[in-house]
Design a protein around this ligand. Structure first.
Ligand code: GLN
Length: 480
């Protein structure tokens, strides 16, 4: 009928020409989930009850199936946040992003696995088990949007919604040969999205191509009266500038640490250098840009995300949402037992660190200091964008690692986020796109960072790069 890896663009054409109908498309992907998900654990629940729909074929995303990371509410469905503490929680309302996709005619076919409350970089911190990478099932698919990435890469859906606080869309995109974007903070509504770090969180989309990413962005972005942090901006068509060319007089800034840091895997560096050459061939001028405070991005992110995370997670105590522990002696005991039983190790670790950095006597040394350094990083990026149009670096410093490989070394995993957290800390956009493979056929991605609201520019450049390379045309062999 069609390849499971068909792009949204091509699938839309087929549906419009009535070569396939929506019911057939949905059935096709639900069957793919049934057959392939047991190898991956990327989908927590497939919505078998929607199989007979045949609607909305003219809208922007009419008839296109998608999966939703399980921290995003879908009315009437379970929403676990990847946590045992919410294993029985049903969403009483729709998130704005889900509502917008429905309005655009897209059809949610299920809930995707993720690190518990989006806290992680590998998917291993999910209360429902790790997600395997379709390129090598013994390896992680990245995180925290582990399930969305693995499912899109394996052709179990057309696209998937993830969320990102500090790399959680871009890093799994790079681990799975996909395109993933962190949009400008405030471009997407967070209404109905479980909060991790409220000043950092954004929804982001995982797709197989740049064009598809632009298409979903078109459906999702725009102000939302239910989220006062959304930006007042007219809806626009993000696909319209994708012409395969770079803008005139275009300068790319290569982040200096991306060339010099010895913490970067050799094959990742090699693929990144190749990407620089490709951009040069496309006509870009290339400069090396020093961002002296970039290296503090991780520390700033660590403190702010833990502080906000600990505060946000205080709402899960058995009284309002989800599970309540049995056999407690009194109210306080009920809180303790519920949280002890319901949260996993990584989440507990972060709650403790978050409460520590916020506690009396430590707040100035940690939280307030982090906010001050955050302002310096913002200034440094602002200055850099006076001189270059975009900045580039590898998305992640490592190749997809083995499941369990970093279990005893969480710091190594945190440090891997070196390039993906700084722009989240200042709320500016970034997109990860494929740029190569290791000798062992593991995907590698690099990222393009731009100033606030530069999504159109980032997509234009990413598209030009993609069209002059063929990485995006490769798919994991076991899932053809
Ligand atoms: N890997 C980062 C972390 O562990 C990012 C998570 C995210 O973006 N949600 O916190």
């Amino acid at each position: 009928m069609f390849s499971p890896f068909i792009t949204i663009k091509k699938l839309r054409e087929k549906i419009s020409k009535k070569e396939v109908n929506t019911s057939e498309v949905i059935r096709f992907y639900l069957d793919r989930i049934k057959n392939h998900n047991p190898k991956l654990n990327s989908v927590l629940e497939a919505f078998e009850d929607i199989a007979d729909q045949n609607i909305g074929t003219d809208a922007l995303l009419g008839g296109i199936p998608y999966l939703v990371k399980d921290v995003i509410l879908q009315k009437g469905r379970l929403a676990t946040g990847g946590s045992k503490i919410l294993s029985n929680y049903k969403a009483p309302y729709d998130s704005t992003v889900n509502e917008r996709l429905k309005k655009a005619g897209a059809i949610s076919i299920g809930r995707a696995n993720c690190d518990e409350f989006a806290m992680g970089a590998s998917g291993e911190a999910s209360g429902y088990g790790p997600t395997n990478n379709p390129w090598d099932e013994s390896r992680v698919s990245g995180g925290s949007s582990s399930g969305p990435a693995a499912a899109v890469a394996a052709g179990l859906t057309s696209f998937a919604l993830g969320t990102e606080t500090g790399g959680s869309v871009r890093q799994p995109a790079s681990f799975c040969n996909l395109v993933g974007m962190y949009p400008t903070y405030g471009l997407h509504s967070r209404y109905g999205v479980m909060a991790f770090g409220s000043s950092l969180d954004q929804v982001g989309t995982l797709t197989r191509t740049v064009y598809d990413n632009a298409l979903v962005l078109t459906a999702l972005s725009g102000q939302d009266a239910k989220d006062s942090t959304t930006i007042q901006i007219q809806p626009k068509d993000y696909t319209k500038n994708l012409d395969g060319k770079l803008p005139e007089n275009f300068t790319v800034g290569v982040i200096k640490d991306a060339l010099e840091s010895d913490g970067i895997n050799g094959e990742v560096s090699q693929a990144f250098n190749q990407a620089i050459e490709t951009l040069k061939k496309l006509g870009a001028k290339v400069k090396v840009v020093d961002l002296p405070h970039l290296k503090y991005g991780n520390a700033v992110y660590f403190i702010i995300s833990r502080a906000e995370g600990a505060s946000n997670l205080s709402r899960y105590d058995g009284s309002l949402y989800g599970k309540r522990a049995e056999g407690a002696d009194n109210l306080f005991d009920m809180y303790l037992k519920t949280r002890e039983q319901g949260f996993g190790r990584e989440v507990k670790l972060r709650i403790m660190t978050g409460n520590y950095v916020l506690s009396a006597g430590h707040k100035d040394a940690y939280y307030n200091k982090a906010q001050a350094v955050r302002a310096i990083i913002r200034k440094e990026f602002d200055q850099a964008f006076q001189d270059v149009n975009i900045l580039i670096s590898p998305t992640y410093s490592m190749l997809p690692f083995k499941i369990g490989e970093l279990a005893s070394d969480p710091i190594a995993m945190y440090m891997g986020d070196l390039f993906s957290v700084p722009n989240c800390v200042i709320g500016t956009p970034g997109i990860s796109i494929p740029c190569g493979f290791s000798k062992t056929n593991l995907p590698i991605g690099f990222q393009l960072l731009g100033p606030r609201l530069s999504e159109e520019l980032l997509l234009k450049v990413a598209y030009a790069f993609e069209q002059s390379t063929d990485y995006h045309l490769k798919h994991p062999g076991n899932y053809e």
